[in-house]
Design a protein around this ligand. Sequence first.
Ligand SMILES: [Zn+2]
Ligand SMILES: [Zn+2]
Length: 262
Amino acid sequence: MIVDSHCHFHLLKRPESADEALREAQRAGVDYFLNVSVAFEETPNLLAFSERHAAVFTSVGVHPCGSGEDPAAEQLARQANHPGVVAIGETGLDYGDGPGDYGWQKERFRRHIAAARLAGLPIIVHSRMAPADTLRLLQDERADEVGGVIHCFVEDLATARGFLELGFYLSLSGILTFRAADALRETAAALPMDRLLVETDCPYLAPVPHRGQENRPAWVSTVVDKLAEIRSLSSAAVAQQTAENFFACFPRAGESVRSAPF
Ligand SMILES: [Zn+2]
Ligand SMILES: [Zn+2]
């Protein structure tokens, strides 16, 4: 079983539709998907897609860099009251624009943690060039009580340990295949296998040998294969372990799989 724990079907330009991207990924052997929200306005679309496809779970949230509607915690929690929604996010901190005042991102991040607490759901954390502040905010807000995943994990082992101590899972992306990612591969070799997920983050971060193209959920197996190589395990074992971890990280996904007739 293979799960793409973080993808954006609705940001894909190719194939022509989210439905076609899903069919392509299913033909490639990917079983489940978490279609992650980046904009609150998109929520109805994401919910409808998840209603049509039992293999697709979804989240509710606003990306740390998103400039659209900025809902209150109660609004986020209300929208999350839907069987297809398994998480709040993606939320977090993104310092990719260089030095500046990121107080508003921290406020939004805290609001998402509050929403997760209200909804009884874990969070999907986006942390870019902000490992220390992300960890501190998660600690300050007692995010261990909601749990979740640090998606696209690229930090060092010491930072990983901080997130793991809070009970968070770490999700590895196609970056693991990049030529310049030796340090990440070394870290990935030392992380606990029962706390790792795999993702594409498509349309971003196309893995080797697809660099320069739009990424797609069908290519999550490339991340599985690379992690298998690093850990001297079979791809099947890594796929199975990361799928089990996914359902442990997002319990509502597990409930819906058990209750769905497929
Ligand atoms: Zn992200
Ligand atoms: Zn994302």
